[in-house]
Design a protein around this ligand. Structure first.
Ligand SMILES: Nc1ncnc2c1ncn2[C@@H]1O[C@H](COP(=O)(O)OP(=O)(O)O)[C@@H](O)[C@H]1O
Ligand SMILES: [Mg+2]
Length: 324
């Protein structure tokens, strides 16, 4: 990472690229979060890092706060379905969490026949697949149609690309016992139904999402990581969905692809050692999109910044009570 900071895009929003707070414990760097390990807690600082191609391609002002607060919103909204890892929210960018042992699978729920990658459900369907192990689809479906029933499609946690497994394969591979898997599926279905219903009441379709679950000290299944965020989920606008599909168009979606595409057009993001800096207007556009979806979903807006008080200093101050 370089020392050069992207020029400030919104005069009062400085960017959180990285933190280093030795007083909080051992630091582990995820793609988006800086994680401080304590014996029974994690301090999860969500930065403004934006990843794609398995690397950081840009810093999006306000994104860290939006992701952290969106998850916090959903943890509260779903607390009656499954206990979650939240201990405290000492700062808009930070969650102090109970340290859990993550399950060995990613818990993916899908509501619609969509996706473009080689592993997406639409790609498989287009290529003739109808039997997906846990469920079977009828012949007459079109791209972006709603699935007859939401699909539970667990996948492995691979460093490079995740592989979808049928529930039977999860058990056969010894990743999880049958009873635990049944509980995970039931929980994921209820979370997804709650998410879809609430999103719809705000004019959004929760298309698909990925949950992480773990078990806590007492063996209780616990919702961890992030939930129903713009990064872990796909979102469409509800009011235009029917007309656009009927007209053979793509749904109106929350789109990050334009920034990815800029890198594909201007460098080799898979192989180049350093990447060019994304144009400010594209970064600003993505920042605005994050703010809009956050406002629509939660009614929230970014926390005003105190002039002269850098974001990283605010976070450090707010985390003083959580030193290891
Ligand atoms: N309560 C928790 N207990 C244990 N691990 C957690 C918990 N919450 C989140 N994690 C882990 O912390 C990491 C979050 O950082 P992130 O930047 O999202 O990482 P990644 O690059 O793996 O997506 C993930 O690896 C996630 O599995
Ligand atoms: Mg993550």
């Amino acid at each position: 990472m370089t020392d050069t900071k992207p020029a400030s895009l919104f005069s009062d929003l400085d960017v959180l690229e990285r933190t280093d707070f030795p007083e909080l414990g051992e630091r582990v760097e995820g793609k988006v979060r800086d994680i401080y390990l304590q014996p029974s807690r994690l301090v999860l600082v969500t930065t403004d890092r934006h990843s794609s191609f398995d690397r950081i391609i840009a810093h999006i002002p306000g994104k860290g706060e939006i992701l952290n607060r969106t998850s916090a919103f959903w943890f509260t909204e779903t607390a009656d379905i499954i206990p979650n890892h939240v201990i405290a929210l000492p700062d808009p960018n930070v969650t102090v969490a109970r340290r859990c042992t993550p399950l060995k699978i990613e818990v993916v729920m899908r509501g619609y026949l969509t996706g473009v990658t080689s592993t997406s459900i639409w790609t498989h369907y287009k290529n003739g697949r109808r039997d997906f192990g846990g469920f079977t689809l009828p012949d007459d479906m079109r791209k972006n149609d709603r699935l007859p029933q939401a699909a539970f499609t667990p996948s492995t946690k691979e460093a490079t690309h995740d592989v979808t497994l049928t529930p039977a394969e999860v058990v056969e591979r010894g990743l999880m016992g049958r009873d635990m898997l049944a509980k995970v599926e039931d929980t994921a279905r209820r979370l997804f139904a709650r998410g879809q219903a609430l999103a719809l009441s705000r004019g959004l379709i929760l298309v698909d999402t990925k949950y992480e679950m773990g078990v806590d000290d007492s063996g209780t299944l616990t919702l961890i990581d992030e939930v129903h965020t713009p990064d872990s989920s796909r979102w469409w606008m509800a009011d235009t969905y029917v007309d656009r599909i009927a007209a053979g168009r793509e749904p109106d979606y929350f789109d990050k692809e334009f920034l990815r595409q800029w890198f594909i057009d201007h460098c080799d993001p898979y192989n180049d050692a350093t990447l060019p800096e994304a144009p400010n207007e594209l970064v600003a556009e993505l920042a605005t999109r994050y703010q809009k979806i956050f406002a629509r979903l939660t009614g929230g807006s970014l926390t005003p910044r105190t002039p002269g008080h850098k974001l990283i200093e605010r976070i450090r101050d707010n985390l003083a009570p959580f030193a290891a």
